[in-house]
Design a protein around this ligand. Structure first.
Ligand SMILES: Nc1ncnc2c1ncn2[C@@H]1O[C@H](COP(=O)(O)OP(=O)(O)O)[C@@H](O)[C@H]1O
Ligand SMILES: [Mg+2]
Length: 344
């Protein structure tokens, strides 16, 4: 990250205390704050249902908050939505391309919507087709495209009018690993472009780590922690130790385990959760035999143990108070319940 990126210009995106509730008493946003410096890639990272898409919808003028304020490219999203729309490109979570039209036709239509015509339009469309490796497929209907091709077209559509700020809502969800890597390369290239600011949402920790210069971890409609990927990981001293117990411990066992482990030298931040115990250790390899001996002393069987460098997963666990995969599973469950309820 070069220091030229640290700009004194006004933020490209600034949202303050956004609140948004949906009918049925669903609190989608509960005091969301986001600031994105111009020319940087910012990642909103969170499990399904965290409020990422709702944030994007408000910032792109597709939804209104109940309260709070937001500006994008210097324009107030509620007072001047038209100005905001001209300054931004949006790649929604679900593709906006017309499946019956060809890739070229989709781009031409989008260009016309933004007032491009004639040679300028043809030139811009060709440039984008080329750039996103869609030139060969340009004359084919989009419904025959692979997932990766469709997603690349979506990004191209968002860029037709050369926006200042590009919003990418889960650009790689549902893509196979190869297409995902190709999209990462593409986003990386875009980020290098003069002045372009990118706000992307993702529920992949590794994606945020790889692409974003700053990350905000979002949980239940608000940011729980924000920083550079390295600063977030660096905040976690030492190694992450994860142990799996043979059996889940109850409340009494949890209290006993916690107090035993917290007292061990070089062991911090002990979390006992059913069959899983995680802790931070100054030196994971040295702490492991000490930890295992302690478990033996209190008569708790250990099925598996690992030591690792802290990952964003550990950062998430620390700040959201639950595991990333669980937060995701929780919201999937809620969704299933909501869908079942809706079907009645
Ligand atoms: N149109 C809507 N009507 C009712 N609830 C919604 C609507 N859109 C989103 N929600 C709810 O708001 C919460 C946040 O959703 P969303 O912003 O889509 O999260 P994310 O994009 O992080 O998965 C979820 O609980 C979701 O079910
Ligand atoms: Mg979403």
């Amino acid at each position: 990250m070069s220091s030229t990126r640290t700009s004194t210009r006004a933020p490209a995106v600034e949202a303050h205390q956004l609140i948004k509730t949906y009918p049925g008493d669903v609190t989608a946003l509960n005091g969301m704050d986001v600031t994105v410096e111009p020319g940087t890639v910012f990642g909103l990272l969170g499990p399904n249902g965290a409020g990422k898409s709702t944030t994007v919808k408000i910032l792109t003028t597709l939804a209104r908050p109940d309260s709070g304020t937001a500006t994008v490219a210097g324009h107030d999203v509620m007072r001047h939505p038209d100005r905001v729309r001209r300054a931004i490109g949006v790649v929604a979570q679900n593709s906006g391309a017309d499946p019956t039209a060809t890739g070229r036709e989709n781009l031409q239509l989008q260009g016309r919507l933004y007032g491009l015509k004639g040679a300028a339009l043809t030139e811009r469309v060709d440039e984008l087709l080329d750039r996103f490796s869609l030139a060969d497929a340009a004359g084919r209907p989009v419904k025959g495209y692979s997932g990766g091709m469709r997603r690349r077209l979506d990004v191209a559509l968002g860029l037709v009018h050369r926006p200042e700020v590009l919003f990418l809502d889960e650009p790689t969800t549902g893509l196979d690993p190869e297409a995902r890597t190709a999209m990462w390369d593409e986003i990386g290239r875009l980020a290098g472009e003069e002045g372009l600011t990118i706000l992307l949402t993702t529920h992949y920790l590794e994606e945020a780590d790889r692409l974003a210069e700053r990350i905000a971890i979002v949980d239940r409609g608000r940011v729980v922690v924000e920083g550079t990927p390295d600063s977030l990981k660096g905040e976690l001293r030492g190694d992450a130790v994860h142990l799996e117990l043979r059996e889940a411990v109850g409340d009494a066992g949890r209290t006993l385990l916690r107090s035993t482990l917290v007292g061990l030298p070089g062991v911090h931040e002990v979390l006992v959760d059913g069959r899983r115990v995680s802790a931070r250790a100054d030196d994971g390899a040295a702490a492991m035999p000490v930890l295992l001996a302690a478990f033996e002393r209190v008569g708790v069987g250990v099925a598996a143990a690992t030591v690792a460098r802290p990952s964003l997963d550990d950062v998430y666990l620390r700040y959201a108070g639950r595991r990333y995969s669980e937060a995701d599973a929780d919201s999937a469950e809620q969704l299933a319940v909501a869908v079942a309820g809706g079907a009645r």
